[in-house]
Design a protein around this ligand. Structure first.
Ligand code: SF4
Length: 726
């Protein structure tokens, strides 16, 4: 080829040839697919339907599925390039076992034999609870269901959680406290049907971009965005509330105050469907607009206006994401949001919902079936009837079902540090980048006697530390279902085989169950994920997340089915013992790490549209990496001037714990004076080196935001301090 080119005979005509594809029209000939396979995006919880083009056994293109109810043919940059993750460099291909300090290639037989043997020895010595398991929101529901059973009944430990606790545990806990059960009450269509939309700490333009389509379908709605940062979503708003960091509870209490003061609440709904109104009325009286203005930094008139808009709306929607959840008061903030919906009856009707937009493609699946924060089917650990029902369905003794939840993710890490957890199995997540206060996490992982990392990619900063690496299939290589934020169950299909010896997580779980001697009891006759789905249909029957009427075929044909229908709580009956939702009095507290003389800035962290979590996937897709190759720090021009810093300077962000060096400075009004912002995706400049170990006492979700930091110019000698070394 090179010779031909040198001789002027090859002008890359083959490479640049185009041809006609019946799905896509004229495209590069190399991307004309032999077949298009329908599936669901494996990144975020929006749950877009897509078609993957396959040519000669390779995925060569992705297109939005025009017929899918969620995205109607559109995809964001991540979805559009998702097929590139399948044959990207850095895929885990072979099991690796640490021998003499080095990870060496071994057979599956040796790998899984070593895993059960080492974990068995540790459990025999220190008890079953010495094994901790941290999973993800990236597996299929069939895999979550299988894994939960395997971990809790097979390995006999309840110290099991997912990285979903880093993301939306506060929404789960908040829903449970207010409504008696987890489960987002509304749907995406509510965004198109509300007349007032309030987004709190939710930058959907970057993080859930396809949802913006629903906003565009509803040009007459008033969009209110509350965010300390002028995000892309804030730029779309009709009313922007630049509230001070973590003052949202004060704002929500202030709105409740005005609604009650001016009689803008639905007395009939409150009386029939809620408890706690008298207490809330008395409590909210203490939140007049002047007090709210003082805490939030917002004008009193603006607070009054927003309360009027919400209170007078025919149908009002409140959406939130990490700006609410990533907080030591995340659960309570969700309760304060739910208060507004309950006071006004803006729930269970078209356009009216308090709606948590979840994070990962199947975070909902692990909530429904995963056996981590609740028993499968939103059954409660502490409810004997729930345990007995489940035991009967599984034909096991009720005593085998744990009567309480085990350690949550941060507590598993702390227990590893304290040597109460000795073995840890991490599945499809990368805590070395995603967990707060990196130094503590690193120390905890290094303290373990045995660390197993099961992932589609290797090396990752976490798999580097493993004693055993299990190569797993990823999106596009396996079959099952995902549930999106609006409770829509969509089908996921394999389009290519996993690379090398990598196996679907489902197969790995069944193999391990066999080695534990539990396969026939826990998974009788199971061979494929469809067997797990069929059992899950029976186990979820009659529960809120009832799959009993669904089949894989019906899900596929319909483009996704919502459990619970379009909306929950349409009849005003809630999942509490008295059928009524609870109103909560939520006191505002200042965030835990206040800025000081030494650390004068408040660091906010977040995401950008091009990347996904820790970039394990998007970092290896050249087009995404090229669009956003490195982290940056946003700083207000006033602060930059005061510090003598210029755009593109390399700066160090330093907290009381550690530092991140050589971050590119962006001088911008997007952040207010005294605040700085940094994306959390980048291992090379890991924002979690400076974040803190502070957690919501109810949900255990970390307070990733509002860390006190100082910013200094990076000296040449400091640059590269946080480089990830392979
Ligand atoms: S919005 Fe989310 S689900 Fe849709 S294509 Fe983008 S990453 Fe995938």
């Amino acid at each position: 080829m090179n010779l031909k080119r040198l001789a002027g005979l090859d002008i890359l005509s083959e490479k640049y040839a185009y041809a006609y594809d019946p799905q896509a029209g004229y495209v590069a000939a190399s991307r004309v697919a032999d077949q298009w396979v329908p599936t669901t995006c494996g990144y975020c919880s929006v749950g877009c339907g897509m078609l993957v083009g396959v040519k000669d056994g390779r995925a060569v293109a992705v297109r939005g599925n025009q017929l899918h109810a969620v995205n109607r043919g559109k995809l964001c940059p991540k979805g559009l390039s998702e097929h590139h993750t399948l044959d990207a460099p850095g895929r885990a291909r072979h099991p690796l076992l640490r021998k003499g300090g080095r990870l060496e290639r071994v057979t599956w037989e040796e790998a899984l034999g070593a895993m059960t043997e080492r974990i068995g020895a540790i459990q025999a010595r220190y008890g079953d609870g010495a094994l901790g398991v941290i999973s993800t929101g990236q597996l299929t529901t069939e895999e979550f269901y299988t894994l939960g059973k395997l971990v809790q009944l097979g390995f006999g430990t309840n110290n099991y959680d997912g990285n979903t606790t880093l993301c939306m545990a506060s929404a789960v806990s908040g829903y449970k406290r207010s409504f008696g059960s987890d489960g987002p009450p509304g749907c995406y269509d509510d965004l198109a049907r509300a007349d007032v939309i309030l987004l709190i700490g939710a930058n959907i333009a970057d993080n859930h971009p396809i949802l913006c389509q629903r906003l565009l379908e509803n040009p007459n709605a008033t969009l209110i965005v509350a965010d300390p940062r002028v995000t892309k979503t804030a730029m779309m708003s009709d009313v922007y509330l630049p509230l001070r960091p973590r003052s949202d509870i004060a704002l929500l209490n202030g709105i409740a105050h005005i609604l009650i003061r001016d009689g803008l609440f639905d007395r009939d709904y409150v009386e029939r469907h809620t408890t706690g109104f008298d207490e809330l009325k008395e409590f909210a009286a203490g939140w007049p607009p002047e007090r709210v203005a003082e805490i939030t930094g917002l004008e009193e008139e603006l607070i009054e206006r927003v309360a009027m808009l919400y209170g007078r709306a025919k149908a009002a929607f409140i959406g939130w994401t990490m700006g609410v959840n990533h907080s030591t008061q995340g659960t309570e903030t969700v309760n304060a949001i739910n208060n507004l919906a309950l006071l006004t009856g803006h729930i269970g009707r078209a356009g009216a919902s308090p709606f948590s937009i979840t994070g990962q493609c199947n975070a909902m699946g692990t909530r429904e079936a995963g056996f981590a924060s609740s028993l499968p089917g939103y059954r409660k650990f502490e409810n004997p009837a729930d345990r007995e029902e489940l035991a009967a369905l599984w034909k096991v003794a009720p005593e085998r079902i744990p009567s309480q939840r085990g350690l949550a993710y941060p507590d598993i890490i702390e227990a590893a540090l304290g040597k109460r957890i000795r073995a840890l199995w991490i599945i499809a997540t990368n805590p070395m980048v995603s967990f707060p206060n990196h130094e503590v996490l690193k120390q905890a992982l290094e303290t373990l006697e045995f660390l197993v990392v099961q992932d589609g990619f290797h090396p990752t900063p976490t798999s580097e530390l493993a004693d055993l690496v299990l190569p797993a299939a990823i999106w596009g290589e396996k079959e099952g279902t995902y549930t999106n934020s609006e409770r829509r169950v969509s089908k996921v299909n394999g389009v290519v085989d996993p690379p090398g010896e990598a196996r679907p997580d489902f197969d790995i779980f069944l193999d391990l169950a066999g080695r534990l001697g539990e396969r026939e009891e826990l998974f009788p006759g199971w061979q494929t994920p469809r067997d797990a789905f069929e059992e899950w249909r029976r186990v979820s029957a009659g529960r809120m997340c009832d799959y009993s009427g669904m089949t894989w075929e019906a899900i596929e044909e319909s483009g996704g089915l919502q459990w619970g229908g379009e909306r929950l709580y349409e009849d005003g009956h809630f999942a509490t013992s008295d059928g009524k939702a609870k109103l909560f009095c939520v006191d505002w507290q200042p965030f835990p790490e206040q800025p000081s003389r030494d650390y004068p800035f408040i660091l906010n962290t977040g995401r950008t549209v091009e990347h996904w979590h820790t970039r394990t996937k998007t970092g290896v897709v050249p087009i995404l990496d090229g669009m956003s190759p490195r982290a940056w720090l946003e700083m207000n021009p006033r602060d930059a001037r005061r510090l003598g810093l210029k755009p593109h300077d390399r700066v160090s962000v330093v907290s009381a714990r550690s530092r991140v060096d050589a971050v590119e400075l962006r001088v911008t009004e997007i952040v207010g004076p005294g605040q700085v912002f940094m994306p959390f995706h980048f291992v090379e400049t890991n924002s979690n080196c400076v974040t803190q170990s502070a957690y919501d006492p109810i949900s255990r979700e970390p307070n990733f935001k509002q860390s006190a930091v100082k910013v200094i110019k990076t000296e040449a000698a400091d640059s590269g301090v946080n480089r990830w070394k392979i």
